[in-house]
Design a protein around this ligand. Structure first.
Ligand SMILES: Cc1cc2nc3c(=O)[nH]c(=O)nc-3n(C[C@H](O)[C@H](O)[C@H](O)COP(=O)(O)OP(=O)(O)OC[C@H]3O[C@@H](n4cnc5c(N)ncnc54)[C@H](O)[C@@H]3O)c2cc1C
Length: 476
């Protein structure tokens, strides 16, 4: 590896939801910004959404990571320019106002009111384009609405970070399409294929970062970036891992929150769409339990059917009639992220409580009720050995089936590993993301969200990140 050096005013580590807001806001204010992204640049139009090729190119470890515990919770993160916004479903839900109040009081967060966060959310919505489908929802989404209506439950169509043409064709407004090009237009440099290995510091000041950059020639080089200010935006798992590797450990990585999610592969007597994800959510039991739909390409259907641990050959042959739905909970449990010397990936743990397992069983049964009401004929739960259900009276068998050994859980929502607030005993950073004990090191991503929001987190992350940037610009 040959060494090279770059000097910058502001170094942003990671280019996802938090990093892109940070880079674009600070570059627009005239600051010199360098963004380093571990993953590659992939043209947003190059790959089919939710395809295997996309998983290989844009996901960390091709989507296969796990929080250890009983049960294990599989999780996925983006690893490319634009981060997880390139692979997510774009569902947009502002942080609930009552939770903002609760977090402010619990962690003593300054200038953190529902109005403030709503104002920033609105600014981002205007900026990116957040809208509902211009026409009728696809069948996989309509099934959720139909099931909820039959049961007299609340269901809503969520807005998404999408812009629609007059033809109805929608384009997800990922960070690689929107804020990152804007940051570059305003003078920022984005360096892909470049992993920050360690932050360099002198007393309470971070002076830069040591990186490993993969070159087009196939070789790696050591890149040193000298910076006046550093914003770490690697996501709720990688951010605490990098901070720990760099010697920052106080309340870093120990408050991990997830939305544990249990699934059903539902077979219908007719084909469903498989190119998109359902936009409807059943909100009857929100915020502690939400019900929605997942990516359901052929490979996803195969995996979901296999997770039931029962015979599913016939259902797989009929996969175009099968779609995957989920119930996600707000969990009492917490987890940890631990960087371990010699290991490339951090160890992540999460221990569900008995209450969480009971909520998941309830979620599974309610989801089953909705899908049968919508006309599904066979339900395969992601619980090894649990019976396939065909009639509502059979659903009760699932209550006892959801156990620590049998439940196959996953999540794509990870938060809260560097909480913000003035309560130094319980937070890793001040009210605006400056890591305690440092003068110029800030976190600005999912790690800052003080608890699992019970809704899709991208809107909360972007609003909090934009607020923190304004605070930085006002004071720095
Ligand atoms: C499959 C999937 C579907 C989702 N669906 C939705 C949805 O519909 N709605 C919603 O609101 N949320 C959704 N989410 C969650 C949402 O996308 C994330 O919460 C959000 O993007 C997190 O933002 P972030 O900035 O914290 O991290 P990310 O967006 O994950 O970005 C972090 C970036 O930092 C890079 N990085 C990490 N460490 C380093 C390092 N050391 N050096 C350099 N670069 C580094 C990573 O490679 C990554 O690109 C989904 C997530 C996934 C994975």
């Amino acid at each position: 590896m040959r060494p090279s050096t770059i000097d910058t005013d502001i170094l942003v580590v990671g280019s996802g939801a938090g990093g892109a807001v940070t880079a674009s806001t600070l570059a627009a204010a005239g600051r010199t910004v360098t963004v380093v992204e571990e993953g590659p640049w992939v043209d947003p139009d190059a790959l089919d959404p939710f395809s295997i090729e996309e998983m290989v190119a844009k996901y960390r470890y091709r989507g296969a990571s796990a929080a250890l515990g009983a049960p294990v919770v599989a999780y996925a993160e983006g690893r490319c320019v634009g981060g997880s916004t390139e692979i997510n479903s774009g569902l947009w839900h502002r942080a609930p106002g009552d939770l903002i109040d609760e977090w402010r009081n619990t962690y003593q967060i300054d200038e953190f009111t529902p109005d403030t966060i709503a104002r920033y959310s609105e600014r981002i919505e205007d900026d990116l384009g957040v809208s509902r489908l211009p026409g009728a929802p696809p069948p996989s989404s309509a099934m959720l609405e139909r099931g909820a209506t039959k049961l007299d439950w609340r269901a809503v169509e969520f807005a998404r970070v999408f812009r629609y043409e007059a033809s109805g064709r929608g384009t997800k407004q990922t960070m690689a399409r929107t804020l990152l090009p804007r940051a570059v237009h305003d003078g920022a440099e984005v360096i892909p294929d470049c992993q920050v290995l360690k932050l360099l510091h002198h007393h309470d000041r971070v002076v830069g970062a040591r990186c490993r950059r993969h070159l087009d020639t196939g070789q790696d080089e050591v890149l040193t970036i000298n910076a006046e200010h550093v914003f770490v935006c690697g996501g709720a798992i990688q951010t605490p891992a990098l901070l720990q590797r760099s010697g920052f450990r106080a309340n870093i990585g120990n408050g991990l929150k997830l939305h544990p999610t249990i699934k059903i592969a539902a077979r219908f007597p007719h084909p469903l769409d498989h190119g998109d994800v359902p936009m409807h959510r059943i909100t009857e039991f929100s915020p502690h339990l939400s019900i929605g739909g997942s990516q359901s390409r052929r490979g996803h259907v195969a995996l979901a059917l296999a997770e039931s641990g029962t015979e599913h050959t016939e259902a797989m042959e009929d996969w175009e009639n099968v779609s995957i739905y989920y119930a996600a909970i707000r969990s009492d449990a917490g987890g940890r992220v631990m960087a371990v010397p010699g290991l490339r990936a951090p160890i992540v743990t999460y221990r569900l409580t008995e209450g969480d397992l009971s909520r998941l069983a309830r979620g599974l049964v309610h989801l089953g009720e909705a899908l049968l009401a919508a006309g599904a004929t066979e339900l395969y739960p992601s619980v090894t050995g649990a019976p396939v259900v065909r009639r509502p009276e059979e659903l009760a068998q699932w209550w006892a089936a959801v156990t620590r050994t049998n439940a196959n859980l996953m999540t794509v929502h990870m938060t809260s590993t560097v909480r913000i607030g003035e309560d130094r005993d319980r937070t890793g950073a001040d009210s605006f993301g400056r890591v305690w004990g440092t003068a110029n090191l800030r976190v600005n991503d999912a790690a800052l969200v003080p608890d699992a929001p019970g809704v899709n987190p991208q809107a909360s992350i972007m609003a909090i990140a934009a607020r923190n940037c304004d605070h930085f610009l006002a004071g720095a």
